[in-house]
Design a protein around this ligand. Sequence first.
Ligand code: N01
Length: 545
Amino acid sequence: MAEVNQASTVDVVIVGAGFAGMYMLYKLRKLGLNTRVLEAAKDVGGTWYWNRYPGARCDVPSMEYSFSFSNDLQQEWDWTEVMAAQPEILQYAGHVADRFQLRSDIQFETRVTDATYDEKLSLWCVTIDSGESITARFCIMATGCLSVPNTPTIEGAENFAGAVYHTGEWPHEGVDFTGQSIGIIGTGSSGIQAIPELAKQAQHLTVFQRTPNYTMPAYNKPLTDEYQREAKANYADIRQQQRDSLAGIIGYGFGFGGAETTEPTDSLLDTTEAQRLELIDKKGFGAIHRFMDIGLDMNANEMACDMYREQLGRVVENAETAQGLMPRNYPIGCKRPVIDTQYYQTYNRDNVTLVDLRQGGIESITETGIQTEQGLFEFDVLVYATGFDAMTGALLKMNIHGRDGVPLSSVWAAGPRSYLGLQVDGFPNMFTITGPGSPSVLSNMMVSIEQHVDWISDCIEHMVKNELQSIEAESSAVEAWVAHVNEVAEGSMMTVPSCNSWYLGANIPGKPRIFMPYVGGVGVYRQKCDEVARNDYEGFSISSL
Ligand code: N01
């Protein structure tokens, strides 16, 4: 491995060596800037480095969930499946690091504890867990949106005698569950992906489900050489369509999650019951994909939920288990869509038990299992699939202090506020890649990462060329952007009171209920960011050297 850049003063510090940090480094090197990346893990990959649980897989087609910045890279890399599994994505991240020789500027096994802005010197002082500090003119947070695992506080948790795992911090050597009984808490994307795989390995699997999710079959399959050749020949066009789209995904050749279309057009309210049943016969869970009003009208949405439950009842053989798995009382589409491989079929196995916590919640964790209001369930191993302190977690975990020593935690006490999800007022020369207030988690992260990195790198180039000292979001621009983010989310399924999603911070006790990502779409958002830059960085105040 190449020697690592250990300078204590650099032009730019980047926190995080996931896809965002890696591409940011690549771009800043091209500008000739001395850059250092600080990364807690032993290697690159970010979320794909940590989330190694069985069944971990991307929910975006691989050909689109990959970098577009280098045509050579996208032409030479071959994906094996429509939606790649974690090991393949991590291999890809490693390939990118090797190909562009990125590791020499990445300091691994280094956790940032503090970042403080020195106004007199216009420098960021970034402190790491060894106690050392690095100063830099620009500080770029590439810390990811889902990088701080959430382990709920449950009474007696420390008493459990067996092994305990979290899907978001899975052991790198893997876990052999042969002959073991497992208890798993959580049925979000991670739980829904892990459950079918764990059930295959375990002697018995008990699933503790607080809120059933709406999940769609992934219809994943191997990619043919012919498809890859054809898609690669059309890559320029595919990438442009992704950039102009709503979510950065066009589902080229496949649709999204096996659906025929990524852009629903029909009205469910205009269908008859007989037509709906016929659609379910033909398409199963996919029956609801093409109806636009599901996202706009609560009655249409409830009709779709009925269709969903109907299909679920057809797949799950035990009627009581099927009832237990049925999501109710919140709209479909209000949370991050989940896609799965044989999730409901897993409950037809003899070695899987569902504990529907709506019938009686968790009271405590004991030495041998979980005590619920329905009784004690015992197992050897406990798996938390309980998600993340999303979007703000990683930023607030570091002690970030801006102008006048003001902590980010106090500026964000009532929820995150940011201009374009790129900068916070009072924190000059600090950028957040895919920060709250940007499309981020509502999009294909690769598209959003590339867009933010390109924008930030153009901005820094502009600053350097014009001998400018600092750039900082204006408070009025932050206010206006936050209002806009809320306004566009308002009226969508995602903000209805019955929806308790991590988009709203609702999964973390005490976290302010604010809709964090920008729902306006990556195409529209990109235009807005470009317009801001074209208009001399409108909404930012810039000072000269
Ligand atoms: O986390 P989640 P996740 N007692 O927050 C339950 C991305 N991702 O890791 O809904 C009992 O969605 C909680 O219950 P409830 C993707 O963006 C992508 O699964 O709060 N249960 C819920 O069931 C995704 O959305 C991929 O009632 C408790 C679960 O834990 C995001 O990561 C794969 C509990 C947490 O679900 C997060 O997904 C994996 C408690 N005290 C992840 N506390 C793909 O690309 C929490 N829960 C496919």
